[in-house]
Design a protein around this ligand. Structure first.
Ligand SMILES: [Zn+2]
Length: 138
């Protein structure tokens, strides 16, 4: 990898990560650092960061196209994996699911157990939706 640097690259370690990481170059206050980046991360890491704690990893989001009262379907249940590896907040220093249920940028932060429980609730809800649809079928 060829990266223009204003300072020597320094390898950093991530406090906690759940997947093998590749190294990416990030710029923090003009200095280029190499940090581990999880394989699920879709961020280009091209922005300049003010603090190392600002470095974050995010997967590509997924969402559900939900029919609306009028107009096009709205995207809901927008979820992605996020991590702020150098955060002092233990909950966001580890990978977690960021869930924007109503597409209003108000995101819940779910750990793996909470995310799996929510997914199970969605499966149960889908089963009830299917039963409801069947009840109105001709
Ligand atoms: Zn990343």
């Amino acid at each position: 990898m060829s990266v223009a640097t204003t300072a020597p690259a320094v390898a950093m370690t991530t406090p906690t990560t759940s997947t093998p990481a590749r190294q990416v170059a990030v710029t923090v206050r003009g200095a280029t650092l190499l940090v581990p980046c999880p394989t699920w991360c879709a961020e280009p890491h091209t922005e300049g960061y003010a603090f190392l704690e600002d470095v974050s990893h995010h997967s590509a989001p997924i969402s559900l196209a939900t029919p609306a009262y009028s107009g096009p379907a709205e995207q809901t249940l927008i979820a992605r994996v996020s991590q702020w590896p150098f955060s002092r907040d233990g909950a966001t220093a580890r990978p977690y699911m960021s869930l924007d249920a109503m597409n209003d940028t108000d995101c819940a932060e779910l750990d793996a157990v909470q995310a799996m429980a929510f997914a199970d609730q969605l499966v149960a809800h889908a089963t009830r939706l299917r039963a409801m649809a069947a009840s109105i079928a001709g």
